[in-house]
Design a protein around this ligand. Structure first.
Ligand SMILES: NC(=O)c1ccc[n+]([C@@H]2O[C@H](COP(=O)([O-])OP(=O)(O)OC[C@H]3O[C@@H](n4cnc5c(N)ncnc54)[C@H](O)[C@@H]3O)[C@@H](O)[C@H]2O)c1
Length: 438
C-alpha cells in the first residue's frame, strides 16, 4: 500500500519504518527539516532499539523517504497515518493544535488531488476529538462527506518506548476505530500478517481504549509502589508479597473486579482497606491511591442516588439488598447504604431480595439491619410484583433470574441499572433506562 505518515517522532518514525519493512511504500512527513533530513540520510530521528538499522535498510531499498511537502505526500499515498504530538496544556487539557493543523493540510491537499484518501489518526486523543473536531475539519477542506468521499479511522498505538519496534511486530492488540467499513478495511490491510487480536470498534471506543490502558498502567504502578512502601514500613518483603499476589490468576491478574458495575461492600474490602490505610498513616507512609479507594466507592454510590433524584419520582423500588448475589450477608452492603440514603431522603421505598427474608436473618446480619436500617422490615416486599406495582423508578442491584425476567421495558417504571443487566446494550436506547456507568 502507498502510505504517508505525518509526524516523525517516536510513534511516526517507528510506524513508518516498520510499515516500510513490511513491504508498503511509505513517505514520512514532518514540519521539522532536521528530522526529514535524518530520515532521508537513512538515520533515525529518535533513539530506539533496532530503529537505526531498520531506517537505514528501508531508506536504502527506497521503501521509505521523507518530505516536508504535504501535497507531495498526499499525491504519493492512498492512506495517511497521523502521528503528531498531543501534549498537555498547562491546565492538563489535551492540546489538539497539531492535530487540527495537519488535518487542515491533508484535507486541502486531498481536495486538490481528488479521489478518496483514508486518514488514520494514531495520535492519542480524547473520545469525541475525531468525530466532533477533526472530521468536520476534513469535510470542510475536502468539500465532501467523511465515510463517503474520505475515509476516517482511529488506530491508537500501544508500543512502549524502548521496545517499540519489537512491539510493532508483536503487538498486544490492534484497535481499529472505523467511521465506515471501507476505512476499517484499509487499516486492517496495513497490518495484515501481524499477530495479536484485531478489534474493530466505533471511533470513540478506540479513542477511549488508549486512555483506559494508560490510566490502568499508571494505577498499577502507583498501587504496587504504595503497597511496597507500606510493606517496607511494616517490615514485610514487598517483592515476596507481590510474587504471590501475581501468581493469583483467578482474582488478581484476571478480569475479576474490572467491569463497571455497582459500588463494592461486604464485610472484608471496606474494613481491610481502612485498616491498611490506617497502618500506613501510623507509619507515616503517604498512600494517596489506597486512601482514596473508599471515597471513590462512595462517589459511585452517590451517583446511584443522583440518578434517582434526576427522575423526579418519589416511589422507588430496589431489587437486591445483600452485598452480592447468593448471600444474605448485609454487613456493609452498598445496597443497604443506598436504601438507607434513599429512605433518609424521604423516598417511598420498597425492597425485594430473594436471599433476604427478615424472619430468617440471624446473628450479625440481623443486628446489622436493626442498627443500620431499623425500618427495613416495613420496606421489604415478598415478591417482585409487589415492588413493580409500587415503583415509579426501580433500581436493579441483583441478577436474580425472577427479577430479570419480570423487569418491564418502555419506561414505566424507570429502570436504574446498577449491575449492567444482561440486556443492557439493547435497553440503552429505550426510554426510561438509566445505566449507572454505561
Ligand atoms: N511516545 C510514545 O511511546 C507513544 C505511545 C503511544 C501513543 N503516543 C501518542 O502518539 C502521538 C505522537 O507521540 P510522539 O511521542 O511520537 O510525539 P513526538 O513529539 O515525538 O512527535 C510528533 C512529531 O510530529 C511533528 N509534527 C507536528 N505537527 C506536524 C504537522 N503539521 N505535520 C507533520 N508533522 C508534524 C513534530 O515535528 C514531531 O516530530 C501523541 O498523541 C502521543 O500521545 C505516543
Amino acid at each position: 500500500m502507498r502510505v504517508s505518515v505525518f509526524g516523525l517522532g517516536y510513534v511516526g518514525c517507528v510506524s513508518a519504518a516498520c510499515l516500510a519493512s513490511m513491504g508498503h511504500e511509505v513517505i514520512g512527513v514532518d514540519v521539522n527539516q532536521v528530522k526529514v533530513d535524518l530520515v532521508n540520510d537513512g538515520k533515525a530521528p529518535v533513539v530506539e532499539e533496532r530503529i537505526g538499522e531498520l531506517i537505514a535498510e528501508v531508506v536504502r531499498t527506497g521503501a521509505l523517504r521523507a518530505t516536508r511537502d504535504v501535497r507531495e505526500a498526499i499525491e504519493d499515498s492512498d492512506v495517511s497515518l497521523i502521528c503528531v504530538g498531543t501534549p498537555s496544556e498547562p491546565n492538563g487539557s489535551l492540546c489538539t493544535t497539531y492535530l487540527e493543523r495537519v488535518t487542515e493540510e491533508i484535507g486541502a491537499a486531498v481536495a486538490e488531488r481528488g479521489g478518496r484518501q483514508t486518514v488514520v489518526f494514531r495520535s492519542t486523543m480524547l473520545p469525541g476529538t475525531c468525530l466532533n473536531l477533526l472530521v468536520p475539519i476534513l469535510e470542510k477542506y475536502v468539500g465532501g462527506t467523511a465515510g463517503v468521499d474520505i475515509g476516517v479511522a482511529v488506530n491508537p498505538e500501544f508500543l512502549r518506548e524502548g521496545t517499540s519496534v519489537r512491539d510493532f511486530f508483536d503487538p498486544p492488540k490492534t484497535v481499529i476505530g472505523e467511521l465506515d467499513e471501507a476505512s476499517g478495511d484499509v487499516v486492517a490491510a496495513l497490518y495484515e500478517g501481524l499477530p495479536g487480536e484485531v478489534f474493530r470498534v466505533p471511533i470513540p471506543t478506540a479513542e477511549a481504549i488508549k486512555y483506559a490502558d494508560n490510566a490502568f498502567h499508571g494505577l498499577k504502578i502507583g498501587f504496587a509502589n504504595e503497597l511496597g512502601a507500606v510493606c517496607q514500613a511494616l517490615g514485610v518483603d514487598s517483592h515476596q508479597v507481590i510474587d504471590v499476589f501475581l501468581a493469583d490468576r483467578k482474582l488478581n491478574i484476571s478480569p475479576a473486579y474490572l467491569r463497571p458495575g455497582f459500588a463494592f461492600g461486604g464485610s472484608c474490602l471496606p474494613k481491610d482497606l481502612r485498616s491498611l490505610v490506617h497502618a500506613a498513616q501510623r507509619a507515616d507512609v503517604s498512600v494517596p491511591i489506597l486512601s482514596h479507594v473508599l471515597p471513590s466507592n462512595s462517589e459511585h454510590l452517590r451517583r446511584a442516588v443522583e440518578l434517582v433524584e434526576r427522575t423526579g419520582k418519589r416511589r422507588v423500588g430496589l431489587f437486591g439488598l445483600s452485598f452480592k448475589p447468593g448471600t444474605d450477608d448485609l454487613r456493609e452492603s452498598p445496597l443497604v447504604e443506598l436504601a438507607e440514603r434513599l429512605f433518609g431522603k424521604g423516598y417511598e421505598l420498597k425492597i425485594y431480595d430473594p436471599n433476604v427474608n427478615l424472619s430468617r436473618l440471624l446473628g450479625a446480619n440481623r443486628e446489622y439491619i436493626e442498627t443500620r436500617l431499623p425500618h427495613l422490615a416495613q420496606l421489604l416486599a415478598d415478591s417482585v410484583d409487589e415492588v413493580l406495582d409500587h415503583a415509579e423508578v426501580c433500581l436493579v442491584g441483583t441478577r436474580d433470574p425472577a427479577v430479570l425476567e419480570a423487569l418491564p421495558h418502555g419506561g414505566s417504571p424507570v429502570i436504574v441499572d446498577l449491575i449492567h443487566l444482561p440486556d443492557a446494550d439493547a435497553r440503552r436506547t429505550e426510554p426510561g433506562y438509566m445505566g449507572l456507568a454505561w
